[in-house]
Design a protein around this ligand. Sequence first.
Ligand code: KG4
Ligand code: ZN
Length: 337
Amino acid sequence: MRVLGIETSCDETGIAIYDEREGLLSHALYSQVKLHADYGGVVPELASRDHVRKLVPLVRQALADAKVDPQSLDGVAYTAGPGLIGALLVGACAGRSLAYAWGIPAVAVHHMEGHLLAPMLEETPPAFPFVALLVSGGHTMLVRVDGIGQYQVLGESIDDAAGEAFDKTAKLMGLDYPGGPLLAKLAAQGSAGRFKFPRPMTDRPGLDFSFSGLKTFAANTIAAHGEEALADIARAFEDAVVDTLAIKCRRALDQTGLKRLVVAGGVSANRHLRAQLAEMMAKRGGEVFYPRPEFCTDNGAMIAYAGLQRLKAGETQPLAVKGQPRWPLDQLSAPGA
Ligand code: KG4
Ligand code: ZN
């Protein structure tokens, strides 16, 4: 089976072709980061319009790169949610229409299921069951994954996502959007320990997160100490986010008794986070898995992979086109179930 995957839930247009036997045949990505930079965040209407412009050329490119004909495809998978409704509808309309034109089935994919399964595209994929930490600009969640479609959300952010907190704090520091990587770079020049930020919600049981207070803490510290202290403040902020994520991962592994951890989403690119999780997992005798860097962030490959698993089980989408801006992950069930 061979599937075309389409991702348009936010500000990346991602297209990929995945073959069950041959693996990933091609993937093409266009990031709208520059388009939104002047506004300091994603502008939904601009995102939708840009997906319209980029999608078909990227599909052509993915087909050409894979040297395959549309006739050789067995299905089309598109992200149906969660995400920005306009952006989702572009991918859903295009995916559903292409499948109709090519006379093949289409399947709607949950964006977070795509992220969860992204490490399956690597040479040494994790075995089920595992705990997944999804940390992006839009989501922070811990999920128990027992198999494809068998997800139990263990905890999630009750306010800002971790990446969002990075971006908002970076903005306070006068850094460009998206500020996460820039803040991390600044933090590398700062010294640890000068400022001590809280580790939100770690003093009580549970696996939920809250990051909006850290942003306020950063704002107050910047106001009190000024420009000269920015690198040290960045360091304190990063240490607080990383520690908090690591503490909750440890708790989730203790609670579930599982030994494997999967980490995905844009924030998983953070070096301190990776180092701390590596140390923690080594101590516990467990393993941590990441998708390759380009598949940590939004991409079409993870959607093609997830879609293939569902198409294989006979799941298909009727002709109606639907996007679901909100779509709880634990509403999913095993393919074909
Ligand atoms: O998964 P992603 O590309 O997009 C979605 O939000 O879906 O994640 C982007 C987020 C942004 O908030 C960005 O600032 C953050 O990931 N990010 C980082 C780093 N690289 C990207 N945050 C902290 N440290 C990094 N090195
Ligand atoms: Zn994402």
